[in-house]
Design a protein around this ligand. Structure first.
Ligand SMILES: Nc1ncnc2c1ncn2[C@@H]1O[C@H](COP(=O)(O)OP(=O)(O)OP(=O)(O)O)[C@@H](O)[C@H]1O
Length: 247
């Protein structure tokens, strides 16, 4: 019998995220409507859906920053927002949370100290996000895509077990986009669980599983191959249009 690799979750491990009956109202609208879903460990799970479908709200609820939630969310077996999760889960929010008057390296050293991450971590995450050439530059002088990658690098500090990444590839050119998706796959092969939102339906094929949201409800939870088979569509773009059209 093959030995499980170190990346294999132990049978007793709870899933990365288990959500049950999650509803959220924001500004008078129902942002999430009775959502029940499980995100498995060690996979890249894509969170896709049209603008306003509830992707950011779902991620905020998972990291515990969304108010007025109804239902239950367990993250790595603990309630969302628990202090125990601070070092186990990394979050890339839509708004950057870095200091423009510090260099890239200074930002990362600062956040590494707060997290208690190893002193070698800033250099590692700078390499992983392709920022070696920008390490000494002030964050405020970077391009939009570079700036965003610094925020992503912060989320990678401390080697968290779970990464919740809200549109990590937005504003990146195709080469950087590909490099980041390769990094996500490598992290998942080491056992890291990733929930990654995207507007780019084509990125769906880089995911192990896809969650498709529509008006706060889960429209699909399947692998990219199942998505094409289920819809009979030639690509993810067409598949989503079919699913959204039928919703
Ligand atoms: N700050 C807010 N105040 C009130 N309503 C909000 C707020 N932020 C989002 N909403 C509403 O909540 C719903 C879900 O928004 P959310 O930002 O989660 O969607 P999204 O799928 O992440 O969209 P996008 O892809 O455009 O970022 C939408 O109807 C939106 O209008």
């Amino acid at each position: 019998m093959p030995h499980p690799s170190s990346a294999d979750p132990r049978p007793a491990d709870p899933p990365a995220i288990r959500i049950s009956g999650l509803s959220v109202r924001r500004g008078g609208t129902t942002a999430l409507d009775g959502l029940t879903v499980t995100v498995p460990r060690g996979q890249v799970v894509g969170l896709l859906g049209p603008s306003g479908s509830g992707k950011t709200t779902l991620m905020r609820a998972v990291v515990g920053t969304q108010r007025s939630t109804e239902g239950t969310i367990a993250v790595l077996g603990s309630p969302a927002g628990s202090p125990a999760l601070r070092r186990k889960a990394g979050y890339l929010a839509q708004a950057a949370g870095i200091y423009d008057d510090l260099t890239v390296l200074e930002n990362l050293r600062y956040f590494a100290r707060i997290l208690g991450a190893p002193a070698s971590d800033p250099d590692r995450v700078i390499r992983e996000t392709g920022l070696v050439g920008q390490a000494g530059r002030l964050a405020g002088s970077l391009s939009g895509g570079q700036h965003r990658r610094v925020s992503l690098a912060v989320a990678l500090l401390g080697a968290p077990e779970l990464l919740i990444l809200d549109e990590p590839t937005v504003g990146l050119d195709p080469v950087l986009r590909r490099d980041l998706w390769n990094l996500f796959a490598t992290l998942a092969s080491r056992g890291v669980s990733l929930l990654v939102s995207s507007h780019v339906m084509d990125e769906a094929k880089r995911c192990d599983r896809i969650l498709l949201l529509h008006e706060g409800r889960l429209l699909a939870d399947m692998t990219p191959a199942e998505l094409l088979e289920h819809t009979g569509a030639p690509d993810a773009d067409a598949a989503f249009l079919i699913l959204l059209g039928a919703a």
